[in-house]
Design a protein around this ligand. Structure first.
Ligand code: NAD
Length: 269
């Protein structure tokens, strides 16, 4: 992929799942990666090991990685994380807003605190990281790129996960509004919308064959996605191959957003 070699990339929530795969893929393309962890640097050890072995395998000498701690729902920690990234890598060219959580609860039982907790990580955290990255892009006249890891649930409602659904709906607007605000400066903002993806967030069904079968039966391509499939599209959106794309969401979902119920005609004779 063009234009990723030597770029400095920060991936939030880089310790597992999609974020981990994204960090490794960027390193594969020769980018330096700042891997964000939530509490302890040990959380990021597995990602770092994978980055190192990938760099070795690809013979990408000079690719660097740093571990940067922050709870993205804490503004001060976000400010410090971006400062540390710039200090240790020299600059920031790409931000991947990947950190995310979900809380499952029937809405009539959902506390305001839990609703706010999900929004604070998924949406407010993405805004805070974007704002700090954009400040740097502007200060250094960098044609930076931001990729938000949204979800099919920015489009498809998700009952029982209200905070999550609302946060991803908000992420769509975060993407388009920032894209428009900063397009003339050469700063691009895009999203990917993963469908069901095999990662720890989906522990409830990935390890249970019956539940996994139930999940895949709803997916037009009849399988869940992999974190690596999300990583490839994320890198594409950060690359020069996507230089004229901004404000878009690419759904990486095996057809989940295609209204599978309409596979057979039922609404007309
Ligand atoms: P995951 O649970 O493996 O990863 C989530 C990451 O976010 C972890 O590294 C975790 O430490 C980090 N994180 C959580 N709270 C944080 C905070 N306050 N500050 C910093 N980091 C924090 O799950 P995943 O599936 O890899 O999810 C990654 C992103 O992909 C999320 O935004 C999620 O909504 C999105 N997504 C996942 C799926 C899926 O099916 N797996 C589908 C659509 C969208």
């Amino acid at each position: 992929m063009q234009g990723l070699k030597g770029k400095n990339v920060l991936v939030t929530g880089g310790t597992s799942g999609i974020g981990q795969a994204i960090a490794v893929r960027f390193a594969e393309y020769g980018a330096n990666v700042a891997i964000n962890y939530l509490k302890k640097p040990e959380e990021a050890e597995e990602t770092e090991e994978q980055v190192h072995s990938c760099v070795k395998r690809m013979q990408k000498h000079g690719v660097r990685d740093v571990l940067v701690g922050a709870d993205v729902s804490n503004e001060d920690e976000v400010v410090h994380m971006i400062e540390q990234t710039v200090e240790e890598l020299g600059s920031i060219d790409v931000l991947v807003n990947n950190a995310g959580i979900q809380i499952s609860r029937p809405t009539e039982e959902l506390s305001v605190a839990d609703f706010e907790k999900v929004l604070a990580v998924n949406l407010r955290g993405s805004f805070a990281c974007a704002r700090e990255a954009i400040k740097r892009f502007i200060a250094t006249d960098t044609p930076g790129a931001i990729i938000n890891i949204s979800s099919v649930h920015q489009r498809i409602p998700k009952p029982g996960y209200l905070g999550y659904s609302v946060s991803k709906g908000g992420m769509q607007n975060l993407t388009t509004t920032l894209a428009l605000e900063f397009a003339a400066r050469g700063i691009r903002v895009n999203s990917i919308g993963p469908g069901a993806t095999i990662t720890p967030i989906n522990r409830a069904w990935v390890d249970d064959p019956d539940k996994a079968e139930m999940v895949t039966s709803h997916i037009p391509m009849r399988r869940a996605g992999t974190a690596d499939e999300m990583a490839g599209v994320t890198c594409f959106l950060a690359s020069d191959d996507a230089a004229y794309i901004t404000g878009q969401t690419i759904f990486v979902d095996g057809g989940l957003t295609l209204y599978a119920d309409f596979r057979e005609p039922w609404s007309s004779e």
